[in-house]
Write a protein that binds this ligand. Structure first.
Ligand code: B12
Length: 471
């Protein structure tokens, strides 16, 4: 029995690697097709001859899912199509009503999807698996959410799935890992609060691999596929000093590669920073989101003060660790002064790398409802309205949209070359030329990538060119 996963972007998805690891443990064969790497993904699917096609999707990929699943259903109608991932957890009806989709996994698929594979292999009905939704006479049959995977130490993520099929992914100097799942916070721009609600009563939501298992997982990967540095992309890595105390010495002794990790700045204390510095952390990444504290606490529901951001940044810098921040622009109620304040706050706290996005509210979220109430978003806003690129434009009809978009594009350059800031801010407020600002954003991103990942000019250019579709 062969399962072939299908995804849009060039990135080793943790969810898919976890499922492939579990399926292989049960003796199933797995494969992967990344649409962005193939001239014709349908042809590659046909060549793979799967018994089950498994899409992994985020919500900004709904249109892609609709188009490709219906094409596959026309071309290879006998092969069942299942869909999973954050999008199917949050929008099960919208996904299952797509003509090309047969099954949907609402939740973590380690147990439920493995059971679906078993039923299909045995040609048995799959109508009573928790979290596995299906169609009967075209009508969606709901089956709630699948149980959360309690024991993250019970399997290893199958990176070979990606690295064997797409060797260039295995050659990447920066490799990304996750030691945990879940976040306890309720930021309004994040899918987490909705996911937490859907998984309510389905088991412990916040889980972490043991330090021993996590270090073992990293060793297995970097011994076969060397890396220059690592990125721990958990929602929150730098939490739980007890875990970091166990992880630090183990990692230093057995892996010892420089790494960047995520944190929530109001949870970061002196001891966390010392443990990170002692185990090879070169950069900590946390969310500033906006320079306007009221917007951060109110609209974004992230109750962290500017004062606490300063304190946390001082702690990090005192340990000789660099700072990467994530920031959003084109927020509802955001003024041009607020956008400037976001850049100024980052300069003031000594940020080294500013990751910037344009806010993209997903349909049926509290943030999207708020934007509709304020007349910034049309009532019938749907996935079909979500732009392919979320850096070039905003879906909101904001008063100062051009200036806000321009400031988003020059933010990192202002940070990197502070003396240029007055000039860049002036043109950002005065000039309307998207091509010019896209060029400035690309230039800023080039510099940021080179510095962040300590790559030379050639490797930076090659990386950005190869992964331009994922930017
Ligand atoms: C790693 C990551 C990425 C990676 C990989 C994305 C991926 N699909 O895995 C990259 C860097 C590509 C990425 C990009 C983006 N991301 Co991102 N990302 C994450 C992050 C930090 C971790 C996801 C993860 O690996 N979780 C752990 C794994 C184990 O869980 P999982 O993926 O949910 O998989 C489980 C189940 O969903 C299910 N499952 C998953 N796939 C499948 C497939 C089948 C067939 C089945 C049966 C089951 C199944 O089983 C898995 C195992 O239990 C999450 C935050 C979070 N904590 O979830 C945001 C998150 C997924 N990203 C998000 C967003 C919005 C984006 C972007 C669109 C925009 C942005 N600003 O970043 C971009 C897209 C890039 C682009 N150019 O368009 C949102 C998605 C919201 C939504 N409604 O879709 C999240 C939830 C962040 C958030 N805070 O809201 N991201």
């Amino acid at each position: 029995m062969k399962i072939c996963f299908l995804q849009k972007r060039i990135f080793p998805y943790f969810g898919v690697m976890a499922l492939s690891g579990c399926l292989k443990k049960e003796g199933y064969e797995t494969d992967i097709v990344i649409d962005a790497c193939e001239k014709d993904a349908v042809l590659e699917l046909k060549k793979a001859k799967p018994d089950l096609i498994a899409f992994s999707v985020l919500s900004n990929e709904h249109t892609w899912l609709r188009q490709l699943s219906s094409k596959l259903k026309r071309e290879i109608p006998a092969v069942p199509i299942a869909v999973g991932g954050v999008h199917s957890i949050l929008y099960p009806e919208e996904v299952l009503t797509l003509s090309g989709v047969d099954y949907l996994c609402r939740g973590e698929g380690e147990s439920s999807f493995t059971e679906l594979a078993r039923r299909i292999a045995l040609k048995k009905p799959a109508t009573d698996i928790p979290g596995i939704w299906f169609k009967r006479d075209g009508a969606p049959q709901m089956r709630g959410a699948s149980p959360l995977t309690g024991e993250l130490d019970s399997f290893f993520e199958d990176r070979g799935l990606y690295y064997e099929r797409y060797p260039k992914l295995g050659k990447l100097a920066l490799k990304v890992f996750m030691s945990s799942r879940g976040c306890p916070f309720h930021c309004s721009f994040c899918a987490n609060p909705s996911i937490m609600r859907i998984f309510g009563g389905k088991g412990e939501y916040i889980r972490r691999k043991s330090a021993r298992h996590f270090v073992e997982e990293i060793k297995r990967v970097v011994s076969d596929y060397p890396a220059a540095s690592l990125f721990f992309a958990d929602d929150l890595f730098a939490v739980d000093a007890a875990w970091l105390r166990e992880f630090g010495p183990l990692y230093k002794k057995e892996v010892n590669l420089p790494y960047i990790c995520t944190a929530r700045i109001d949870l970061l204390e002196e001891e966390h920073a010392r443990l990170l510095a002692g185990s090879g952390c070169h950069t900590v990444s946390f969310g500033v989101e906006t320079g306007n504290e009221l917007l951060r606490k109110g609209l974004l529901n992230k109750s962290i003060s500017n004062k606490r951001i300063f304190e946390g940044a001082r702690i990090i810098k005192r340990m000789g660790i660099k700072i990467q921040t994530s920031n959003m622009f084109c927020l509802p109620d955001e003024s041009v002064e607020d956008a400037q304040a976001t850049v100024d706050l980052n300069i003031a706290i000594g940020t080294d790398y500013m990751f910037t996005t344009v806010l993209l509210p997903f349909p049926k979220t509290a943030l999207a409802d708020y934007c509709t109430e304020k007349g910034l978003l049309k009532k019938e806003y749907s996935f079909e309205d979500i732009p392919n690129s979320f850096i070039q434009d905003s879906v909101l009809s904001l008063k100062d949209k051009e200036a806000l978009l321009n400031i988003h594009k020059v933010a990192h350059l202002c940070l990197r070359f502070p003396r240029l800031k007055p000039f860049l801010m002036h043109v950002a407020k005065k000039i309307k030329c998207r091509q010019l600002f896209l060029f400035l954003w690309l230039f800023g991103t080039f510099i940021r990538f080179r510095d962040e990942r300590q790559l030379n000019l050639w490797r930076t250019a090659r990386y950005l060119w190869e992964y331009r579709k994922g930017l």
